[in-house]
Structure formats: structure tokens, C-alpha cells
Write a protein that binds this ligand. Structure first.
Ligand SMILES: Nc1ncnc2c1ncn2[C@@H]1O[C@H](COP(=O)(O)OP(=O)(O)OP(=O)(O)O)[C@@H](O)[C@H]1O
Ligand SMILES: [Mg+2]
Length: 242
């Protein structure tokens, strides 16, 4: 979508984007909500496509507690990233459960076959990630290949900021150091994607970087896995019943 049509949508949304309009104009679903997952709809308004991520129909406790936090987090990140090339533009928040984002025409990397991506793709991806970091946002979930897309224009796009962290404005050296660790983890995650999908393009320096574990990689992964497991057990009906 051109920046002109994206900004048209932003204005459009602020006054008129309602749940009933979203329902009426839905043309596709990437996913139907269930458990901890939101509905992901593709909506077409006057030829402009947007994606609406909506926790309203997720499991009750998840919808009530975690969904609004994730929506607020993603909204905050995308607001900081307005204008960064390779990040879908924020359209707006429908309510505390749902957010509308520019639709990217393309394929997420979990569906891209090895050998398809080029050196240019990875250097453009690094530019997107650097642009994101320079706005004070670390993604923190780039290991999940579904969160990076190959656009039909051949360019990379980064989506799904629900797990992101912010650098903040303070001067606390510990916070700055912590943010730096998340930046390193994002950069490392891109190399992991390259290792998986384009091992033939890895340089020697990148291979050495991949062979050197990040300082907090293992404990951070364990904490993440356990938090996810616990959330699923505590906040979704399906898992409590089974
Ligand atoms: N703005 C977008 N444009 C095009 N496709 C999108 C967009 N946002 C999401 N998608 C599609 O929906 C999929 C899931 O999106 P996203 O990662 O934001 O949701 P999620 O609920 O966090 O899913 P997961 O838990 O699988 O990461 C993406 O892999 C992509 O295929
Ligand atoms: Mg995702």
C-alpha cells in the first residue's frame, strides 16, 4: 500500500472504523480465534486492505486479561514505528480487544521454501530491523518465521509486535544494557532465519556469530517457554478441561 493510501486509511479509521464495518467488509480470515489466539481478518474498505487482530472471541480469561495488554503493546510499538519502511502502518485501535494494521501482500517466511530468498532480501531485512531499533523498539519474537514476510514486491516486512520491548527515554544504564541484549537477540534471530532458509548465503563471520551463544540465550528461552505454557494452562478453557 502506498503511504498516501495508508494515511487515507488512518484518517478513515479514526472516525468510522467500527466492529460492524469490520464485519461487513471482511473478505478473508488468516485465523479464527480460539484459546490464546486472536481472530485475524482481512478487511477491504474502498479497495484498501487492512488486517484486524481481535481477541474478542479468544478464551474468556485470555480475552479479559492478556488480550488487551497485547493489543496495547502492539499499538504502542506500531505508533512508534509509523513511517519506518518494512513495518506495516498502524491504522488504529478499534477498542481494547482489537487493532487494525495495514495489510501486506505477500507470504510469511514460515511458508517460504529454502533457496528462494536473496542476499538483497537479508540486507533489506537488516535495514528494517535497524530502523525499528533506532526508534527504540526491539521485536523479541523474530525467531518465529511467521513474523517476517516476503512482500510480493520482493521486500521484507516485519509484523506482530505483541512481544516487543521499548528502550524508554530514561538514562538508567541497566535498562539501556537490557535493551541492547534484546537488540542482539533480534539480530541473531535474523541469522537463524538465514541459516534455516538460505544457508548457502551465510558468510563466515555470520557462521561464527551463530556458533557463539548469546549471554542469556538459554535462560531467556526457558523463561519464555514456561511463561507461554503457564499462560495457556491458566487462561484457556480448552487446556484446563483436557
Ligand atoms: N499486516 C499483515 N499483512 C499480511 N498478513 C498478515 C499481517 N498480519 C498478520 N498476517 C498474517 O497472519 C499471520 C499471523 O499473524 P501474527 O503473527 O501477527 O499473529 P499472532 O496471533 O501473533 O500469530 P502467532 O502466534 O502465530 O505469531 C502471519 O504469519 C501472516 O501470515
Ligand atoms: Mg506471530
Amino acid at each position: 500500500m502506498s503511504s498516501e493510501s495508508a494515511s487515507k486509511l488512518i484518517k478513515y479509521d479514526m472516525r468510522c472504523l467500527s466492529r460492524s464495518l469490520v464485519e461487513e467488509k471482511t473478505v478473508d480470515y488468516y485465523r479464527i480465534a480460539g484459546g490464546t489466539r486472536p481472530d485475524l481478518r482481512v478487511v477491504d474498505i474502498d479497495g484498501n486492505r487492512l488486517v484486524v487482530k481481535d481477541f474478542k472471541h479468544s478464551d474468556f480469561l485470555f480475552r479479559a486479561i492478556v488480550g488487551p495488554i497485547l493489543v496495547r503493546r502492539e499499538f504502542g510499538a506500531l505508533r512508534n514505528l509509523i513511517g519506518v519502511k518494512g513495518i506495516p502502518q498502524l491504522i488504529g485501535r478499534l477498542d481494547r480487544y482489537a487493532i487494525a494494521i495495514e495489510h501486506i501482500t505477500g507470504t510469511s517466511l514460515d511458508k517460504v521454501e529454502p533457496g528462494v530468498l536473496t542476499d538483497d532480501f537479508y540486507s533489506d531485512l537488516r535495514t528494517v530491523i535497524d530502523g525499528m531499533h533506532s526508534r527504540g523498539v526491539a521485536h523479541c519474537d523474530l525467531r518465529s518465521r511467521g513474523n517476517v514476510m516476503l512482500g510480493n514486491d520482493g521486500k521484507p516486512y516485519v509484523i506482530d509486535f505483541a512481544a516487543c520491548v521499548y528502550r524508554g527515554r530514561g538514562i538508567n544504564p541497566f535498562i539501556k544494557w537490557l535493551f541492547r541484549q534484546f537488540v542482539l537477540a533480534d539480530n541473531n534471530a535474523i541469522l537463524r532465519i538465514k541459516q534455516r532458509l538460505s544457508p548457502e548465503l551465510l558468510t563466515d563471520a555470520e557462521q561464527i556469530e551463530l556458533d557463539t551463544p548469546l549471554p542469556f540465550e538459554v535462560p531467556a528461552r526457558r523463561v519464555g517457554e514456561n511463561v507461554r505454557k503457564l499462560t495457556r494452562i491458566l487462561l484457556t478453557r480448552r487446556n484446563r478441561d483436557s
